[in-house]
Every structure is written in structure tokens, then in C-alpha cells.
Design a protein around this ligand. Structure first.
Ligand code: SF4
Length: 520
């Protein structure tokens, strides 16, 4: 356990995320101690790992008419000190004045100064540099996007990202390139008068051990599916009544695994969407068909006939041994057959997801996976970094396997993504003619890595960018989904549908009422 003392009641989340970025496999606790601790020295840091490990203090605040001047002092066990001055014009430190003005300010806000001082302290303590520096948010391309909108040059944006957040040259260039590509892809989307539709199908053939989504095994829940679709139809009725004046830009049926539905159920659902909503302006209609063990020729034919133009068939890895380990109950050969079948049935935009850092996998396994995927030639490749939490079901299973001597490498090493793996995937995508078009980061991943979507020209997933950049409202239907209203000034409000499928079905009107209130 890494325990961090803090003398103010703010920034805990950012501080926690930053420590986790250096020690992803450790528990980190940020403890607020307002009194009785001296924050201007390394005293009282106890025994490091067993006691308080670091202190973050905002000291010597000085208020003036213009704002608050102060100093951040970060002490890391046993003898590291970092000190950075700040100026908060609005007395909150919340606004990143530099990112809104686009210029590098002489003094950081208190929030930026806290993150800078911690980053520099932890860099010294560990000897590590993080590719994303001290950026803890999940959307780094947002910063580049904002500055592009303000007319900044690539050079100015790069300087800002490096000086303020210590982002590496490589990630800086990647962020700017993606932000410019996203702007180009979204140039025909009317953010204010358009919307996107998400429909969640929370069933899967079986539950993968690392799953963090709403997912119920179809075998045990198949009797509920028709009624569940009935609930979705009522939500679609709500959309039909309330979004008549808006343009539907993209449709995304995700989950779970939508292709656990039988062909007639897919036909019923997609048919209802098309009957009730004006889909004449839809630019992209995706159905996640992630698990190859749920795909049949008849389902592919149904989806293609009904206008679905983008699907995903997800290997995660091309090693059968790893698929077994993570209890993803399909084989590599099933994946290859499903992909080929989808091509035969006319799908010319197929995404594949892979995960880096899967248990027991080395850079060599990633290289193998990429080479096998190259043979299939997907149009879109999404590269995820896996974060396995201690105490999770997968971590427990892995620990048992480790005790039995069944893991190739120790557990903590076996679940880490690495720069080398990221580079192998990026080079592989480039070899396939795919360029990066969106990226986002997950919370608390060791190594502070990102998930990146690569696509062939003209095949980028528009919905992926819209949800990632949060520039358009998304109406989400089904259990465990989150609807997002994006206002013209960038303000965002959300409402969610409950995750429990029975609660969702029993309280459907309440879910619809929540949307009614949100879009009033
Ligand atoms: S296929 Fe995806 S949603 Fe379904 S159990 Fe596996 S990880 Fe979860």
C-alpha cells in the first residue's frame, strides 16, 4: 500500500491517478490530513512502503486582488522534494488557464502545479518517465483539439503539451495527428442538431474473466430476450416521439454481444429502429459481433440485408492458450472462420479488437497475434491495454495458476502492457495501411498507456470518435447504458439506465422518464 498525505480537500482523484500511473499494481490511498502534519519537509514519512509514502502540501498561500499565489511542495520517501509555485486567478485551481488560452502561462494553476510536482518527484523516486507524463484524464486528444480550434500551430500545441504535462514527443505527435484526423472525419456532423443512438444488448455466450461490462450469459437468460427487445422498442418509441426534429447520424448496437440474438430477434430489433426512426441520414450503422462463437452466416446475412455497414469480430489474441486462460470460450480458428464468413457476406468494414498485456503474453505473443491478423486484413483495429485489478476474479484465477506453477512468468509481470508491445501493435497497424484515428485512456493502468483505434481511410468508426470526444448527444437504450446530452456550450449532462436487467425491465418507464427530464 502506498499512502499519500494531502493537506487540502481537493485534487485527490488526480493525485491518486498519478500515483497509480507509476504503481499500477499497488494499492494507493490518498489520506487528507489538514492539521498536525508538517508539509514543508520530508519528516514523518515513516517507513515508506509500510507507512506514509509521500506528502503533497499546498503551502504559503497569499491572496491578492488578482487571485491566490502559493507553492506546492511534494515530498517522496525517503528524501525527494519538489517545489512548484502557482497562481490561481479564480481561487479554485480548477481551470487550466493555459489549455483554455493556448499559451504557456508563466505560473501554473494549483492543479497543474500539484501534478507537475508529483510527476517530477515520482520520476526521481522511480527513475521512470511516463509516455503521457502527468496527464491523468482519459482523453488527451481533447487538449490538442481545443488548441487546434484556437488556431494554434502543431508546434505550439506540442510545446504546450510537453512543457505543461511532460508528454513524450511520440505521444504529442500522436495526439495532434489524431485530433486533426478526427476533425476531418467529423466535419460533416452537425453536433447541435444531430444525435447518435446506442442500443445495449447485455448478453454474451459466456462471461470472460476480465469483463467489466454489463453481461449476462445468454444460456441462462435466453427466455428474457424477447421481453428485453420489447423494452427496447418502448425506448425507441420515446426516441421517435422526442427526436423528430433531430438528425440521426450514427447507430451503434453494442453490449455485451448483440449477435447472441437469434436472426429473427436481430431482424425484429433493427426493423423496429428503421420503422420508427428516420435513418435516411445515418452515416454509420455498427453492430458489435465481438464473440466469434456468437456469429452465424444467417445472422450476418440478416444484418447486412438490414443495412448494418460496420461490425466487429474480436480476437483479443490469436493464441488459443491465452483465450482459454481468460475464459473467452472461442478458438482462433472460429475467429478466422467468422471473419471470412463476414467478408463473404459483403461486410467491407470489419473492426477487430485486441488486448495487450493479457496474462502470460510476451511481446513475442503480441507479434504473433499481429502477424496472424495481418493475414485477415481488418479495416479497423482497436488496440486495448488490459488493466487487471488485484482481487478481481481474473487476478485470483491467475494467482492460483501461479501457485501451481502454470504461468510462464510471475503474475505481476504477466499482466503488464509494455512500450514494446504498443510499438509492435502500432507498426503492425501501419503495415496493414491503418492509421490512428481515436484514442482514450483507462483509469489506473500501470504504465499510463492508452487504447488506440486504427482504421483504413474512409473506414474510421464515427461513433467511436463522437463518444470519445463528447461533442454530440448520444441517446442510449437498454440495461446499463448511459445517455449523454451535450449542450452547444460544451456542457455535458448524463442519465443512466440501471445495470440489472430485471430492474431495468421492471422500471422501464423510470428509465424513459430520466431521458425525458434530461432532454426537456
Ligand atoms: S464478450 Fe465482452 S462483454 Fe461479453 S463477457 Fe466477454 S468481455 Fe464481457
Amino acid at each position: 500500500m502506498k499512502r499519500v498525505l494531502l493537506n487540502v480537500d481537493k485534487y485527490q482523484y488526480d493525485i491518486h491517478s498519478l500515483f497509480k500511473a507509476f504503481w499500477g499494481n499497488e494499492d494507493v490511498k490518498v489520506v487528507i490530513a489538514l492539521d498536525s502534519v508538517s508539509y514543508d519537509s520530508n519528516e514523518d514519512l515513516g517507513d515508506g512502503d509500510e507507512d506514509f509514502f509521500a506528502k503533497v502540501g499546498i503551502i504559503s498561500d497569499k491572496e491578492s486582488e488578482q487571485g491566490v499565489f502559493g507553492k506546492i511542495l511534494v515530498c517522496v520517501f525517503p528524501d525527494i522534494r519538489e517545489e512548484i509555485s502557482f497562481f490561481d486567478s479564480d481561487n479554485t485551481g480548477k481551470e487550466d488557464s493555459a489549455s483554455t488560452s493556448g499559451a504557456v502561462t508563466e505560473l501554473d494553476t494549483s492543479k497543474n502545479a500539484v501534478k507537475k510536482a508529483i510527476y517530477l518527484g515520482l520520476k526521481k523516486a522511480t527513475g521512470k518517465e511516463l509516455p503521457w507524463g502527468n496527464l491523468t484524464g482519459i482523453r488527451p486528444t481533447r487538449i490538442a483539439m481545443n488548441l487546434i480550434d484556437k488556431g494554434r500551430t502543431d508546434e505550439e500545441i506540442a510545446d504546450y503539451m510537453k512543457n505543461t504535462y511532460f508528454v513524450s514527443n511520440e505521444k504529442t505527435s500522436l495526439s495532434i495527428a489524431i485530433a486533426r484526423r478526427e476533425k476531418e472525419i467529423l466535419k460533416d456532423i452537425d453536433y447541435e442538431n444531430g444525435y447518435s443512438l446506442y442500443i445495449g444488448i447485455p448478453f454474451c455466450p459466456t462471461t470472460c474473466l476480465y469483463c467489466s461490462f454489463t453481461s449476462y450469459p445468454i444460456g441462462a437468460y435466453s427466455k428474457l430476450v424477447d421481453d428485453y427487445i420489447g423494452c427496447l422498442e418502448k425506448e425507441i418509441d420515446y426516441v421517435a416521439d422526442n427526436f423528430k426534429d433531430k438528425t440521426l447520424d450514427t447507430i451503434y448496437i453494442g453490449g455485451g454481444t448483440p449477435t447472441t440474438l437469434e436472426p429473427h430477434q436481430l431482424e425484429r430489433l433493427i426493423g423496429y429502429v428503421k420503422e420508427k426512426l428516420d435513418t435516411s441520414c445515418v452515416k454509420e450503422f455498427t453492430v458489435e459481433s465481438g464473440r466469434p462463437d456468437s456469429i452465424t452466416r444467417q445472422k450476418l446475412q440478416t444484418m447486412h440485408r438490414m443495412g448494418v455497414d460496420r461490425i466487429s469480430v474480436n480476437p483479443q489474441t490469436m493464441r488459443d492458450e491465452t483465450l482459454r486462460l481468460i475464459v473467452r470460450r472461442h478458438t482462433v480458428s472460429q475467429l478466422i472462420d467468422s471473419f471470412k464468413m463476414a467478408r463473404e457476406e459483403g461486410f467491407d468494414n470489419i473492426n477487430m479488437d485486441i488486448i495487450l498485456g493479457l496474462p502470460g503474453e510476451t511481446a513475442e505473443d503480441v507479434r504473433y497475434t499481429i502477424e496472424e491478423i495481418k493475414k485477415l486484413g481488418p479495416d479497423d483495429l482497436t488496440v486495448h491495454s488490459l488493466a487487471i485489478k488485484r482481487g478481481s476474479k481474473l487476478a485470483e484465477v491467475l494467482h492460483e495458476k501461479e501457485l501451481r506453477g502454470e504461468l510462464k512468468v510471475p503474475i505481476l509481470e504477466s499482466i503488464n502492457n509494455t512500450e514494446e508491445m504498443m510499438s509492435i501493435a502500432a507498426r503492425g497497424a501501419a503495415d496493414m495501411g491503418l492509421t490512428p484515428y481515436y484514442l482514450y485512456r483507462q483509469k489506473n493502468i500501470s504504465g499510463n498507456f492508452e487504447n488506440t483505434g486504427y482504421a483504413r481511410k474512409g473506414k474510421a468508426g464515427i461513433y467511436n470518435i463522437l463518444i470519445n470526444e463528447e461533442v454530440q448527444s448520444i441517446v442510449a437504450l437498454g440495461a446499463g447504458t448511459v445517455t449523454k446530452r451535450v449542450y452547444g456550450n460544451g456542457r455535458i449532462e448524463r442519465c443512466d439506465n440501471v445495470k440489472d436487467i430485471k430492474l431495468y425491465m421492471d422500471n422501464l418507464q423510470e428509465m424513459i422518464d430520466r431521458k425525458n427530464i434530461l432532454f426537456k
